[in-house]
Design a protein around this ligand. Structure first.
Ligand code: IPE
Length: 264
């Protein structure tokens, strides 16, 4: 059966998070190669990516997640423009690589069509459905307009994942690709002896090495919360190591792989 896969490339996977605007081109390439394989096997892919060092560093510096602060509003507005353009640039690395692997794509920057932050943002998600067969719609975490005095805020790619996976018709798989870990671990991933949790149920604790110094959105906690929300409507919700993209095909074709399956 043809799968419909909503996939997120975490910002920590496709960029070096500690170094301003440092894309990991080889990783991006290996994932795009895998996506082209999935498409040629007749499946559908909807692609979301995070920001990593193309978004979080400036967003943190100018407190963009908290909305407009009248004392620094001028600098913030400049930062909003820069982050949006940096995100388009990062997206360009992804779409160029997709194109090189023979995949057509269409980019939908949230700042063009979404208003509000969190999973209740407003926007017409039908754009992700109305692309020709074989074309991959691409979007990403972004600075968006929010109502009221805040003026702007950060919409995470994890919130896009939740709404797209639950509201588009017949999504079969929702895959969060992580950097450097095989899935959710029973201890912080950098602790020796930490083991992969193959099945995770909502409500179980999440171990995290979340770095709030760099990360303006929620890290693994937000991902886990969104994933369990998604698993109420989508059967196959997974955290997979993005350094092993072949695991996505294995999941689609064989029904399982190395990773964490999320249950609601
Ligand atoms: C954050 O998006 C967007 C900006 C900071 C502009 P995400 O929350 O999806 O990004 P990652 O995956 O954590 O990098």
């Amino acid at each position: 059966m043809a799968a419909k896969v909503v996939m997120k490339l975490g910002g920590g996977l496709i960029t070096d998070k500690s170094s301003f605007k440092a894309p990991k081109k080889e990783i991006i390439d290996s994932i795009c190669k895998e996506i082209s394989k999935i498409i040629s096997n007749g499946h559908t892919v909807i692609l979301i990516h995070g920001a990593g060092s193309f978004g979080h560093l400036l967003a943190k510096e100018w407190s963009l997640a908290g909305g407009m602060n009248p004392e620094i509003s001028e600098q913030q507005r400049e930062a909003v423009i820069r982050v949006r353009s940096d995100m388009i640039e990062l997206c360009g690395y992804v779409t160029n690589s997709l194109n090189l692997h023979g995949i057509k794509c269409e980019v939908f920057p949230p700042s063009d069509w979404a208003v509000g932050t969190g999973s209740n943002f407003n926007g017409d998600l039908a754009i992700f459905e109305n692309v020709p067969k074989g074309t991959v719609p691409v979007s990403f975490g972004d600075v968006v307009i929010v109502g009221g005095e805040a003026e702007f805020g950060i919409l995470s790619g994890d919130d896009l994942m939740a709404r797209i996976s639950l509201e588009l018709s017949s999504v079969s798989h929702c895959v969060f690709l992580l950097g450097d870990v095989d899935g959710m671990m029973d201890m912080p991933p950098n602790v020796e002896g930490s083991k992969l949790i193959p099945i995770w149920r909502a409500g179980e604790s999440v171990e995290t090495a979340h770095n709030s110094e760099q990360d303006v959105t929620g890290g693994i906690e937000l991902k886990a919360a969104r994933a369990s929300q998604i698993s109420r409507g989508v059967n196959e919700v997974w955290f997979i190591n993005g350094n092993h993209p072949e695991r996505i095909s294995q999941l689609i074709e064989e029904g399982t792989t190395i990773g964490t399956k999320i249950l609601g």
